[in-house]
Design a binder for this molecule. Structure first.
Ligand SMILES: Cc1cc2nc3c(=O)[nH]c(=O)nc-3n(C[C@H](O)[C@H](O)[C@H](O)COP(=O)(O)OP(=O)(O)OC[C@H]3O[C@@H](n4cnc5c(N)ncnc54)[C@H](O)[C@@H]3O)c2cc1C
Length: 323
């Protein structure tokens, strides 16, 4: 591992200054993603800016119409908080399905949303497109875990489970940079890699994710998160779904269906959502919506299994929301 300087930031603005004055510097929160990357030589920062020392950057508070989660709040604290448990059980489920209890004690929600690709070509000794190379090694390589939606020039999938739930829950984010704080929807935060944008989110160099805001669920809202893994626990998603339906009587008034593990960003299943709105949750509607969840998918040579897997997850999620 390359030698590096370690600096404790006391405020978010100080962190931004420390990051902005050194292009090779990186923010560190729990370190559960960054330290292994540094060991592998995937990231070689010359300065680590510790965000955990920032005052008030961690914690959960109830505000007018929403809950605010500091980006430095450990995943386990989020999952154990009574407010989150009572109002956002689908986020709790997404967190409990992520990593292991030990990692969740260290890992922060902000770090989870900013974590790097888990693609084996990105983590391995390959100069893949996302690391600055000219092509995606996975496109014609071992692509069994890669994207079926939104792929090219990079076919990684986004590794975060909480991100899938937070997109379905309409989270808003606060990001601090040299020009102050900007607010954005979580949909704006995640950006497909393209042209020279070799990242899975919209953070500019030096910017720090400061908070995650969750609007209160509307009355009649039901939500669920389900994840398919290649073993029962401690594994990234082969595919996942977060689904939030708002019902008025028997009828679905609004639907947000987000798929994880299938695209470089959490992926809205738009056709599936449209098929649900205005319908009642019966077997026919559920089957039609599940079939539409893979509309537009472009599987690679080894990941065609994700299509029936996604359809089965959508069907199971809707079945459970109906009962
Ligand atoms: C064995 C293993 C299994 C895992 N399984 C899962 C899983 O199933 N599902 C899942 O969702 N995750 C999984 N993870 C990922 C884990 O959740 C992440 O490593 C963790 O959430 C990252 O948070 P952290 O605070 O440790 O981030 P760090 O490692 O400190 O940082 C990660 C990245 O984000 C940047 N960063 C961190 N905080 C901020 C911020 N506030 N603003 C701007 N940039 C920031 C850092 O510069 C770095 O690039 C797994 C990890 C491991 C090691």
């Amino acid at each position: 591992m390359q030698a590096f300087e370690h600096v404790d930031a006391m405020t978010a603005r100080e962190a931004v200054q420390l990051l902005a004055t050194d292009p090779q510097a990186r923010a560190i929160a729990g370190g559960t993603d960054l330290i292994p990357e540094m060991r592998l030589g995937v990231r070689c920062p010359d300065r680590l800016v510790n965000l955990k020392t920032i005052r008030d950057a961690s914690g959960i508070q109830e505000l007018d119409g929403y809950v605010q989660i500091g980006a430095l709040t450990p995943l386990s604290d989020v999952a154990q908080h009574p407010l989150i448990q009572s109002k956002f059980p689908c986020l709790v489920q997404a967190i409990l399905d992520a990593a292991s209890p030990q990692i969740r004690n260290l890992a922060t929600l902000g770090g989870n949303l900013c974590q790097d690709s888990r693609c084996w070509y990105f983590r391995g000794p390959f100069h893949c497109w996302l690391k600055g190379g000219t092509y995606c090694n996975a496109e014609h390589g071992d692509n069994r875990h890669q994207a079926i939606f939104g792929g090219g020039p990079c076919f990684t999938v986004h590794p975060s489970d909480p991100a899938t739930a937070l997109l379905a829950l309409r989270a808003r984010l606060g990001v601090i940079g040299l020009d102050g704080e900007r607010n954005l929807s979580i949909a704006q935060f995640f950006v497909l890699p393209h042209d020279n944008h070799r990242s899975l989110n919209c953070l500019q160099p030096g910017e720090v994710l400061n908070r995650i805001d969750l609007p209160w669920p509307a009355s009649g809202e039901r939500a669920i998160f389900l994840k398919a893994m290649d073993r029962a626990a401690f594994s990234f998603a082969l595919a996942s779904i977060a689904c939030v339906l708002k019902l008025e009587g028997e009828r679905i008034n609004s639907a947000r269906v987000v798929l994880g593990g299938v695209a470089p960003i959490p992926w809205r299943a738009n056709a599936c959502e449209r098929a649900l709105i205005g319908q009642t949750l019966n077997d026919k509607t559920i089957k039609q919506a599940a079939d539409l969840a893979t509309r537009g998918a472009r599987p690679l040579a080894m990941n065609g299994y994700k299509l029936p897997l996604v359809r089965a997850l959508v069907e199971r999620a809707l079945d459970q929301l109906a009962s």
